[in-house]
Design a protein around this ligand. Structure first.
Ligand SMILES: N[C@@H](CCC(=O)N[C@@H](CS)C(=O)NCC(=O)O)C(=O)O
Length: 213
């Protein structure tokens, strides 16, 4: 199997978490551009991540890829066994996709803008704080997203919170998680997890390279 991915993408980080935790033999490959004809011939969506199976089937969408890998390689389990913990894990991952990343996405364009749009920045910060409040409500208190060990939602949270804590201070929100103590405690704890630390290190290196060192 081949995973089209780049280390800077928060969506691919959640798939790499599954690969690392399950020790999967999956080749990592860079996409030949985003939404280019060459890449769309492989993956019609043109985004990363996308998992190419050995029979040529291509699976886009990070959560779908994670679910597929979990179903196909169930050990060690990265979906909590308890139904409520499993629901909370799915909810947290979905909240990252629906609220956290969309809140921050407009800020990326402001990073290098010659003239910053203060309204876009204010809205981005406000929406991010609201989204962190949603996560605060459901985040696990044992150092993991849900349940007592690493699960697929940790990958989603690591991607989202890495960008929250890297990006928002550049726009004046020095401590993005100050109003959400449980989420802040989670963020501290997950950085001490071996796989959490590996993913955060990879995201950091990729961001540094993207910002020109
Ligand atoms: N819903 C998708 C989002 C994937 C996504 O937006 N990936 C970004 C990289 S972080 C991308 O490929 N962007 C290129 C583009 O939109 O052209 C998923 O969960 O996989």
């Amino acid at each position: 199997m081949k995973l089209y991915q780049l280390n800077l993408s928060p969506y691919t980080a959640r798939v790499r978490l599954i690969c690392y935790a399950k020790n999967l033999d999956i080749e990592f490959a860079e996409p030949p551009g985003f939404r280019t004809d060459a890449y769309k011939a492989v993956n019609p969506v043109g985004k990363i991540p996308a998992l190419e199976l050995d029979d040529g089937t291509i699976l886009p969408e990070s959560e779908v890829i994670c679910e597929y890998l979990e179903d196909r390689f169930p050990e060690p389990p990265l979906r909590p066994a308890d139904p409520l913990a499993a629901a909370k894990a799915r909810l947290l991952a979905r909240m990252v996709d629906l609220y956290v990343v969309p809140a921050m996405a407009p800020l990326f364009g402001q990073l290098q803008a010659a003239e910053k749009d203060q309204q876009i920045i204010a809205d981005g910060i406000n929406n991010a704080r609201i989204a962190f409040g949603y996560l605060e409500h459901y985040i696990g208190e044992d150092g993991f997203a849900a349940g007592s060990g690493l699960c697929h939602a940790d990958g989603a949270l690591i991607g989202g919170l890495f960008f929250a804590t890297s990006l928002l201070p550049l726009f004046g929100l020095a401590e993005p998680l100050a109003e959400t103590p449980k989420l802040a405690a989670y963020w501290q704890a997950i950085q001490k997890d071996e796989i959490g630390a590996r993913l955060i290190g990879e995201l950091g290196e990729a961001l540094k390279a993207a910002m020109g060192g």
